[in-house]
Write a protein that binds this ligand. Structure first.
Ligand code: ADP
Ligand code: MG
Ligand code: MG
Ligand code: MG
Ligand code: MG
Length: 442
């Protein structure tokens, strides 16, 4: 049951809410807040709240800057941590132009468009994300470090594991905010954690991912730690991914499941995989949108490098977990948590739908460990590699009409412009690695 505007008005009274944060994300997935005193809530619920879109990165130019925030009542939640008096709630908003039309540069609108296309074909998308993150210490000046709480020796004198306590607090806070937590555990690297919550429809999950990151950071801070979703904070140990488990529903049942088909997979599922595999070089620019993302996509750390899929082992890009029935799904393993979840889900869905529409054949599954294959063997099996840099991914994005269409011209152009600047800045840096290698050698 979705909340209505009246439900929101009642809940605000019930919880003695004093401030409401109106939230939305910019094209890079960074959460933005406009805080309003509760007296202004009616104005916001009546879509009368204007803001200056030119102050948000990637949105609009000054001359067209008047935009409206349209709060989505179903996203209402009261923050479980309390200021001294009253409480604070939030509403996630859609962004509208001053003429009352949805703003095509709004990432939430990008995802809504992809979801609408799926709906027109009779499908709805379910997603279960697995976001990993690191917990680091802050130094005396309050600046984040890359020192983890469970680095040997560092915490010899402390009997409790700060990280485990913080994670337990995160899980409880998320539960209070309506998340159904399925599991939480320490990950392979020191200081690395994962919290999994139950899958839901694409828009709900994108909203939940931005909320999740915000809660994890907030609670970490309260424990004197810094949480980061940076994909590869430390060279030589595993990075943080955000696997995206995806399935489609049709007529209220799992469209990927067919009890009578080989491997019990419906051809929709195989075509969806075919679409993802066809478009993955472009999708990668969106699912792995930072310079640092590509330092995670290297062999040896459970992150995918090769474009292949499998039923069993976890080395390929796409895995089909053994669960069937309502749990039939595919797991895309390349995305990382620095991505904008609205855009990431939109491009995945759009690629999968393209696979279904055009019956794109998926390659044979590869159930061997791809890292042990020789270059020649990979070539014979037709296994290509993911883009190995942001630059490479951007070039693939610029050449893929389906993924470009998913983003729309506004987001595409702003995204490519900003990422070009990011790349050029990086390219000009003199890296410590270079000094180590060349300073004394030449
Ligand atoms: P892994 O085995 O890769 O560690 P997890 O158990 O950590 O997987 O996470 C699996 C995710 O997949 C969870 O978020 C779960 O809710 C989600 N999931 C389960 N069934 C479906 C489905 N039918 N469609 C999409 N996601 C699903
Ligand atoms: Mg997991
Ligand atoms: Mg698991
Ligand atoms: Mg994991
Ligand atoms: Mg996984």
């Amino acid at each position: 049951t979705e909340l209505t505007k009246d439900d929101v008005r009642n809940l605000v009274k019930e919880y003695n809410v004093k401030f409401v944060r109106l939230q939305f994300t910019d094209i890079f997935g960074v959460l933005k807040n406009v805080s309003i005193p509760v007296e202004q809530l009616d104005k916001a619920l009546n879509d009368e709240l204007m803001f200056d879109g030119s102050s948000i990165e990637g949105f609009v130019r000054i001359e067209e800057s008047d935009m409206y925030l349209r709060p989505d009542p179903s996203t209402f939640v009261v923050f479980p941590w309390k200021p001294r008096e009253g409480s604070v709630a939030r509403l996630i908003c859609d962004i509208y132009n001053s003429d009352g039309t949805p703003f095509i540069g709004d990432p939430r609108n990008v995802l809504r468009r992809a979801v609408a296309e799926a709906e027109a074909m009779g499908y709805s998308m379910n997603v279960g994300p697995e976001a990993e993150f690191f917990l680091f210490h802050v130094n005396e000046e309050g600046q984040p470090t890359t020192i983890t709480h469970d680095r040997a020796g560092y915490f010899d004198m402390t009997p409790v594991d700060l990280g485990e306590n913080a994670r337990r607090d995160m899980v409880m806070t998320l539960q209070q905010m309506g998340f159904e937590i399925e599991a939480s555990h320490h990950e392979v690297a020191p200081g690395q954690h994962e919290i999994d919550f139950k899958y839901s429809d694409a828009l709900d999950i994108a909203d939940k991912v931005v909320t999740f990151k915000f809660v994890v950071r907030t609670i970490a801070q309260r424990h004197g730690l810094h949480a980061t979703f940076m994909p590869k904070p430390i060279f030589g140990i595993a990075g943080s991914g955000m696997h995206l488990n995806q399935s489609l529903m049709k007529n209220n049942s799992n469209a990927f499941y067919d009890p009578d088909a080989p491997n019990q997979l419906n051809e929709d599922c195989l075509h969806y995989i075919g679409g993802l595999i066809k478009h993955i070089p472009a999708i990668t620019a969106i699912t792995n949108p930072t310079i640092n993302s590509y330092k995670r996509l290297v062999s040896g750390y459970e992150a995918p490098v090769y474009i292949a899929w499998s039923y069993r082992n976890r080395s390929p890009l796409i895995r089909v977990p053994a669960k069937r029935g309502q749990s039939t799904r595919i797991e895309l393993r390349s995305p990382d948590p620095s991505c904008n979840p609205y855009l990431a889900l939109a491009v995945c869905l759009k690629a999968g739908l393209d696979g279904i529409k055009n019956k794109i054949k998926c390659p044979n599954p590869c159930d061997r460990n791809i890292y042990e294959l020789t270059r020649q063997e990979r070539k014979e099996l037709g296994i290509n590699t993911l883009p190995d840099s942001l630059y490479d991914a951007m070039a693939n994005l610029a050449a893929d009409d389906i993924v470009k269409e998913a983003l729309g011209p506004h987001v595409l152009q702003r995204f490519l412009e900003a990422k070009k600047i990011e790349w050029d800045n990086y390219r000009m840096q003199v890296h410590p690695w270079e000094l180590d290698l060349y300073l004394t050698k030449f």
